[in-house]
Ligand binder design. Structure first.
Ligand code: LMR
Length: 396
């Protein structure tokens, strides 16, 4: 039966973890996957999460099936966070929200729904994009192409190229956009540039699909999520996949959501009914724990304040590590303008290192980053940063 099955390639990001775990180099450093580690190199358990879990354990309940679209209190908390409590889209009942298995799950539920809605539509992802965007939409049955994004020469966004591509896209094209902390480049566009993107989406009748996996890791929760409000204000129907994997350090709980902004309450009910079919026929209904934790934190004022503080702590430590990386690279004799490292936002730095340089970093030094040159600065700390900087300097 399986004689013709070929060996699939390793996942370009998660596959690195397997290689890293098997590496016997005692100095090894994992800067591959987008995971935040604290100053001691440990995955943090946020105090707000621990407090919510204690509350939940004390009031432990039996685990029945969760509704297909998720825990109602969770979906509501997600909506309030993403769209703002009391906002018109929410009071008008114009957002269909479903709990999803992480941000990836939100993207996949949306992709499957879109495929049914408009089977011939094409999908555009940024060049480059999160490695899984293209694969996910291809596996949902779409033809996937890209729009220009990264300009290597200017170390920034090729915004003219991006806009020209969107302005030439056929109606109905699904455009995957990074709401903040662009993965992998770390370069975001400004609010004024977003307005131009929104105008193109509107004029060309495109379908915007925002991926917001790193809210709070750029400049703040409100700042990073502001683009959602810009889309709402423009009167568009659009998709937003959100994730709490990083912002709550709940990677293994797979806790995310898909939000679909619709024109009317009636339309929203119909869209929600279709999302539920996608969910039911894939995994029936979502799990309980992570969503309960997030809902508890977001709806308890003291825990919510604690979360915001802890998230700010992660954000600020990453920023400090960016500045230190520049310093240490310079100390290792690396010449040229390194300010791009501190300009970039979120967990990643798009280093500009080539695939052979990234391979050398892994094989000779045990420093793991993605072949595209992406390194996770959220995994740097005072103990590993000198080693990482000297390793990078040696392969340059
Ligand atoms: C990443 O880009 O490293 C993260 O989003 C984790 C993943 O699932 O790839």
């Amino acid at each position: 039966l399986f004689a013709a099955v070929e060996m699939a390639p390793r996942d370009p990001i998660l596959g690195l973890n397997e290689q890293f775990n098997a590496d016997t180099n005692p100095a090894k450093v994992n800067l591959g996957v987008g995971v935040y580690y604290d100053e001691n190199g440990k995955l943090p358990l946020l105090a707000c999460v621990k407090a919510a879990e204690t509350q939940l354990v004390e009031a432990a309940r039996a685990r029945g099936y969760v509704p297909i679209d998720g825990i109602a209190a969770y979906d509501k908390a997600v909506q309030n966070l993403v769209f703002g409590e009391g906002s018109e889209v929410l009071t008008a009942g114009r957002v269909a929200t479903v709990q999803a298995l992480g941000g990836t799950g939100g993207l996949k539920v949306g992709a499957d729904f879109l495929k049914k809605l408009n089977p011939t539509a094409k999908v555009l992802v940024s060049n480059p994009s999160w490695e899984n965007h293209r694969a996910l939409f291809i596996n949902a049955g779409f033809e996937v192409d890209s729009y220009p994004y990264y300009d290597a020469a200017k170390k920034g966004v090729d915004f003219d190229g991006m806009l020209a591509c969107l302005n030439a896209a056929p109606a109905g094209t699904v455009v995957v956009l990074h709401a903040c902390c662009h993965n992998p480049t770390g370069y975001d566009i400004s609010p004024a540039q977003w307005e131009q993107v929104i105008a193109a989406v509107k004029a060309r009748n495109l379908v915007a699909f925002l991926d917001m996996a790193y809210q709070g890791f750029g400049d703040g929760i409100a700042e990073d999520g502001a683009v959602v409000g810009q889309f709402v204000k423009a009167g568009l129907s659009f998709f937003v996949a959100t994730s709490f994997s990083k912002s709550f350090s709940l990677y293994g709980e797979r806790v995310g959501a898909l939000n679909v902004v619709c024109d009317t309450k009636e339309e929203t009910a119909k869209v929600l009914s279709q999302l539920k079919i996608v969910i039911r026929t894939n995994y029936s209904n979502p799990p309980t724990h992570g969503a309960q934790v997030v809902a508890t934190v977001l709806s308890t004022p003291a825990l919510r304040a604690q979360w915001e503080e802890e998230l700010a702590g992660m954000r600020n430590r990453i920023k400090a590590m960016r500045a230190k990386l520049v310093e240490r690279l310079q100390a290792q004799g690396v010449k040229g303008d390194l300010s791009f490292i501190t300009t970039q936002r979120g967990m990643f730095s798009y280093s500009g290192l080539s695939k052979p340089q990234m391979e050398r970093l892994r094989s000779e030094f045990g420093v793991y980053g993605v072949d595209s040159g992406r390194i996770c600065v959220a995994a740097l700390n005072d103990k590993n940063i000198d080693y990482v900087a000297s390793s990078i300097a040696k392969v340059m």
